[in-house]
Design a protein around this ligand. Structure first.
Ligand code: 5GP
Length: 191
């Protein structure tokens, strides 16, 4: 998506050789107009798939996921990150390792909002090692719901997330694919 790639070039900051900071328009301050265009793009790409729900992981996925849900006229489910392993019987839960923080957390979703009839489109901000996305997929599969696809804003294609998802037979649609961040240079991968 050209609009997103241009914004990344203008405002993205590279930390080390593998972290891209996009705090000015995605992670800390959110550009609603950009999120609306992203929502339209995902809705258009995944139309005709019988999607009944959008799901995302709190918190950075919420803005683009909400715009996608609005465009597709379906509800948004927010998967919560919970630090404790307290047993909650009315929730599905799974453990996820956080790439950026080097910690792990429990991802949970309420059993009452997802069922085997659902076709779920997962939206998230980044795809890196694929731990967050594969965790979200595990949770949705615990509810016996169908994964309709995964919509990602920024894929770091030099990390193994996409391969893991393809192995899990999930269609990944990434709006910006980054081939390399080495030396602080943002190189996009051509589709
Ligand atoms: P994964 O589980 O695919 O390794 O990482 C996905 C999560 O880690 C994303 O939801 C995002 O929160 C965070 N993340 C991974 N890489 C980056 C990055 O380069 N920049 C930012 N801002 N977040 C990242």
């Amino acid at each position: 998506m050209r609009l997103l790639e241009e914004r990344i070039c203008e405002e993205g900051k590279v930390l080390g050789d593998d972290i891209l900071k996009v705090d000015g328009f995605i992670n800390q301050q959110v550009d609603p107009q950009l999120m609306l265009e992203i929502g339209k793009e995902f809705a258009n790409h995944f139309k005709d798939r019988g999607i009944t729900k959008i799901a995302t992981i709190e918190s950075s996925g919420i803005a683009p996921a909400l715009m996608t849900a609005m465009e597709m006229e379906v509800p948004l489910i927010i998967m919560k990150k919970s630090p404790s392993k307290v047993l909650k019987t009315d929730f599905y839960n799974t453990e996820v390792v956080s790439f950026t923080k080097g910690t792990s957390y429990e991802l949970t979703v309420s059993k009452s909002h997802i069922s085997e009839e659902d076709h779920v489109l997962i939206i998230d901000d980044f795809l890196a090692n694929g731990e967050a996305s594969t965790g979200a997929i595990r949770l949705i599969r615990k509810a016996n719901a169908t994964i309709a696809g995964l919509g990602i804003l920024i894929e770091k294609s030099f990390q193994p997330g996409r391969e893991k998802l393809e192995e899990a037979k999930v269609e990944v649609y990434s709006l910006a694919r980054i081939a390399s961040l080495i030396g602080g240079n943002i190189q996009f991968k051509q589709n």
